[in-house]
Design a binder for this molecule. Sequence first.
Ligand SMILES: O=P(O)(O)O[C@@H]1[C@@H](OP(=O)(O)O)[C@H](OP(=O)(O)O)[C@H](O)[C@H](OP(=O)(O)O)[C@H]1OP(=O)(O)O
Ligand SMILES: Nc1ncnc2c1ncn2[C@@H]1O[C@H](COP(=O)(O)OP(=O)(O)OP(=O)(O)O)[C@@H](O)[C@H]1O
Length: 423
Amino acid sequence: MDSEEPQQGLSANENSDATSEAAQESASASPSLHEPRIRCRPISYQDIGETSNSVRFEFLAEGAANAVFRVVPYSSRGGEKSFVFVDDQGNILDKEKLAKKVLRMSKGRPKTLKYEEIMEGFETEVKPLFRKTEPSQERAPGRSTATNLSINESFEEFIMTHEGVAIAPEAIKALIAELHTHCPNNRHIEPHHLEERGILLPDMSSVPGSVTTIEIKPKWLLQSPNAPRDAYRCRTCALQTSRQSEKPYEGPWICPLALVAGNKAAIEPYIRYRSLRTLNERPDKNVMQPPSNDAVEAIVQRAVPYLITGPGHKILQHIRYLQGQLDPEGVLCRPMSSKKEDRLRLAMTLRDCSLFIRIPWADQNAPIDAKLGDLDFKSPGKMRDWFKKEEGLLHGGWYVNLESGMDECWIAQGWKKYVPHHF
Ligand SMILES: O=P(O)(O)O[C@@H]1[C@@H](OP(=O)(O)O)[C@H](OP(=O)(O)O)[C@H](O)[C@H](OP(=O)(O)O)[C@H]1OP(=O)(O)O
Ligand SMILES: Nc1ncnc2c1ncn2[C@@H]1O[C@H](COP(=O)(O)OP(=O)(O)OP(=O)(O)O)[C@@H](O)[C@H]1O
């Protein structure tokens, strides 16, 4: 059967649900394709090599679906249990190297992705979008994924290495205890809710006093293909306008179209505000003394050129290219094949990822390191939500209503500049 064609009697969505059920069944029947090569287990006190590389976990942050922990060298401060990470050759991993990583664990909430699905989607679907297509691959049968896009430049430096870890029950208990201590609203999560699998990622967090990380969600870097032709706002600003009508928004806003255009007038104040806010936060997210102006300006001086013309600008443009290629028709157009559905899911993944920009402002010669986060392949079960959200924006007049604000949207700015008599 032509892979572009949906199976008879099923919509593309139902097709893909069936496919993913089948995939899940076969995944549970056969050994996992992404079986972790690393294990995390309690230390054996007899072995001195183990005690010298033992680590503990420190809660770092959480999202709706995942919790993220630092892996820090063990000190018996609070009497916590200590663990080691062991590779598939039996080598104990160095604690200093582990300290540069974080452990991301699914909180096991319903309708969120499990370890295997995250790894599979990431390796097979998402990663190839950032890899340069070699000429020999152009016509390779079954090459990569849903997309078959030609990528002219490598953007792999922006991709976080995902290392699977099998986690022993004692370590799961320690992670849960840490989660309960720092997030009281997670008290209902018990050890059996967590999978005994996690993912090690590079630690992109700030280092107080020297390195500041600004996390940006680039969102929709092109107008929604379903927006009205006379839209006054882009999709992200239209959604924000509708949200603000219910709850005023505190903080800085940047229109994604101005961000990807490298517009200095929009980017500079946004980065200045974000730097100030980030420097103000202690690692435990509580606010501390105001930071020095010098630190803020050092960050602005490095981050702004990075986003206006530098590598930050290039990666944003690449994401914009991918979003446009993967979803030229918009979420209101029902994908009529599983391949088209996968493309839309990928576009939506890229419309909801984060860009971590780590700026070593205390050492002007150290390079900025930026990586994309939350590239979890969106589930086909979200198709209806996307449709409804877009319909809500159209029916609520949020794209076109001139009175609702958000005049900083790049599209609104264009109207004001080129047809001022209209206002
Ligand atoms: O559609 P949006 O733009 O509201 O994006 C949602 C995000 O809202 P945001 O505007 O970034 O604050 C939303 O982020 P928050 O939970 O608000 O931080 C989620 O990322 C949501 O995805 P999922 O339901 O968790 O898979 C995102 O939903 P989808 O990407 O599935 O639409
Ligand atoms: N590699 C990393 N290094 C440092 N901090 C990270 C890293 N990955 C995630 N974080 C922090 O953890 C938070 C939650 O992570 P993540 O976005 O992966 O969770 P999520 O549950 O998928 O989020 P969402 O609510 O968007 O679904 C991030 O906003 C970020 O602050």
